[in-house]
Design a protein around this ligand. Structure first.
Ligand SMILES: Cc1cc2nc3c(=O)[nH]c(=O)nc-3n(C[C@H](O)[C@H](O)[C@H](O)COP(=O)(O)O)c2cc1C
Length: 211
C-alpha cells in the first residue's frame, strides 16, 4: 500500500483484493510502505541505505511471495513517492550492495503482479503512466502482470461510491490472482484461434464426448 492514508482509497482497493484472496484460500498480507520506507535510494558510494525497515519488507515479504498487488494513489499522474521508492530501493539488494544478489535477482522473477490505483479523476489516461511502469517492471523481471483496477475518489473511502464498482473488481482480482488466464503472445506462440472455449467446444475437444 503506497498511500500514507491507511483508511484511504487505495487501501480500500487493497483490502477488497485481500478479501478476494482470502476467499480463494490465498495467503495475502496487507503491508503499508510507510511502515518500512523512510527514504530514497542514496548514492551507495557515499552513504548506506536509510535506517529503516526496507530490507525486512523486500527480503522477508516481497521476495518470498509468489505475487504482489501494488496499490497506489495517483500523484501527479504517476505512482506515489513511497511506491516509486519501493522499486528504486530494490537496487540496493540486486546490484551487489547486499548479500546474495544472484539469489535476490532469481526471486524477483516469475511473480504474478497486479496494480490497483485510486485517483480523483475518472479519466482512464490518468493511470496509464503507472500501468506502463508496472508493465515494464513485469517485462524486465519476467513476471506476469495479471490485472489492474482503477477507482475514483478523493475523500477517504469514497472509492466505494464509484459506480464502476472498483472494489468489486479488486476483490475479483484478489480472488483470481493466481488462477486468472494470462497471455502475452509472441508471433511464434502456438495458440488456438479461440480465446474462451464455449462449453460446447470444450465438450467437443474432450475425447469421447459429443457436442
Ligand atoms: C500530491 C497529490 C497529487 C495528486 N495528483 C492527482 C492526479 O494527478 N490525478 C488525480 O486524478 N488525482 C490526484 N490526486 C488525488 C488522489 O489521487 C486521490 O485523492 C486518491 O483517492 C488518494 O488515494 P488514497 O486515499 O489512497 O490516499 C492527488 C493527490 C495528492 C495528495
Amino acid at each position: 500500500m503506497g498511500s500514507p492514508r491507511r483508511d484511504g482509497n487505495s487501501a480500500a482497493l487493497g483490502e477488497a483484493a485481500r478479501r478476494g484472496a482470502d476467499a480463494a484460500g490465498t495467503l495475502a498480507t496487507l503491508l503499508f510502505l510507510d511502515d518500512y520506507i523512510q527514504g530514497f535510494l542514496p548514492d551507495l558510494r557515499r552513504a548506506g541505505a536509510p535506517a529503516d525497515r526496507y530490507a525486512e519488507l523486500f527480503l522477508e515479504h516481497f521476495l518470498p511471495a509468489d505475487g504482489a498487488l501494488i496499490c497506489t494513489p495517483i500523484y501527479w499522474y504517476g505512482m506515489s513517492a513511497q511506491t516509486k521508492a519501493f522499486f528504486d530501493r530494490s537496487f540496493t539488494h540486486y546490484a551487489g550492495s547486499g548479500p546474495e544478489p544472484e539469489r535476490v535477482m532469481a526471486r524477483m522473477t516469475g511473480k504474478r503482479l497486479g496494480l490497483a490505483v485510486a485517483s480523483e479523476e475518472t479519466y482512464p489516461g490518468a493511470a496509464l503512466g503507472i500501468v506502463h511502469q508496472v508493465q515494464e517492471y513485469a517485462r524486465y523481471t519476467h513476471s506476469d502482470f495479471v490485472g489492474y483496477v482503477h477507482g475514483a475518489g478523493n475523500r477517504r473511502g469514497e472509492v466505494a461510491r464509484d459506480p464502476r464498482r472498483p472494489l468489486e473488481a479488486a476483490e475479483q482480482l484478489g480472488r483470481e490472482f493466481f488462477t486468472r488466464t494470462y497471455s502475452d503472445y509472441r508471433i511464434e506462440t502456438p495458440r488456438s484461434r479461440t480465446v474462451w472455449e464455449s462449453e460446447a467446444s470444450a465438450l467437443a475437444s474432450t475425447p469421447g464426448v459429443l457436442p
